[in-house]
Design a protein around this ligand. Sequence first.
Ligand code: UD1
Ligand code: BG6
Length: 371
Amino acid sequence: NKGKYEHYMQKEIHEQPESLTTTMRGRLIRSGSSKPKTVLLGGLKDHLKTIRRSRRILVIGCGTSYNAALAARPILEELSGVPVTMEIASDLVDRQGPIYREDTAVFVSQSGETADTLQALEYALENGAMCVGITNTVGSAIARNTHCGVHINAGCEIGVASTKAYTSQIVVMAMLALAIGGDTISNQARRDAIIDGLYDLPNKVREVLKLDQEMKDLAQLLVAEQSLLVFGRGYNYATSLEGALKVKEVALMHSEGILAGEMKHGPLALVDENLPIVVIATRDSCFSKQQSVIQQLNARKGRLVVMCSKGDAASVSLGGSCRVIEVPQVEDCLQPVVNIVPLQLLAYHLTVLRGFNVDQPRNLAKSVTTQ
Ligand code: UD1
Ligand code: BG6
């Protein structure tokens, strides 16, 4: 049931304040001022010791689920202190990459049925790793065959292009980072800030959804383009990949997410006055580096759209020469949840304006259960 919406993708983008609330329900504990704030992931509580002791955490997925894992990687590394490596499921299987009994392998999949991810799971189980699932589908193959895990509880997702599952996956992995990290005096302030940030996140997403018309206007400007680049780094490298994936999947427009730190090592050659480029430059420890990326792109007359934190328009727009999208600022590791929303809206409006099928893009399936 699409309710007041024309497409499932549109409905699922707009229901993210509610889906995120459901994802966190009963899992954040803020009891009394004397007790530390904490998270409770029922499915993991008996396994946290083993996960904490692992030598490495591998996070494995495909498509949007891989991007969600990439968005959460920095906070998982920071709070767990365990090295975190990323694997695209098919590539891990192709390489038969080494996996050990001392590893924890985390499988991220909305459907829980993706063949590539399931093969990687089988491979990790054979090699004796501790296998953790993060899925939206109770009773799915991933939920059944992992040792333990977390249901993201985002509600059924129908649009082939994943939107609300992406943001819920990031939130679950941020909670996973908090759960693995445990309470130490030294990280208390950081943990409290993240937990407070999680509580407030649905409100911030509600706020960023108000950019709908602005993103429709931007889609109108870009409707006839051949290509769109998206530059991000740090916490928002994943946002650039996921934003580009949405545009590619549904609007059938070439789009590429680029790690801004790699700009000089190739992508800069593409920059001219015609190619549209989105630069994600919200406030975090990479902000000044992104400001210099904007300057360098501007020096080559790049057609820029800059996403920045509210109030930063003047410091990123270089005398008004580029278009600006202002988004609410949240705790750095949660910023990808806010920043993806305008790009989801952009992909949605581009698709409608270009006259393509929003909910069932050409050649794609919601869940790819064959090799
Ligand atoms: C569970 C109940 C929820 C109830 C809550 C009350 C289910 C599905 N969930 O939620 O309805 O409100 O307790 O305390 O009955 N698992 C895997 N692999 C995965 C995902 C999950 O093995 O990929 C396992 C978990 O380890 C756990 C079980 O499935 O044993 C349920 O996981 P989850 O729904 O996340 O647990 P709770 O949030 O505790
Ligand atoms: C398919 C979908 O390719 O599988 C993508 O079209 C999705 O949208 C990918 O991201 C992975 O799916 P899942 O269910 O494993 O998260």
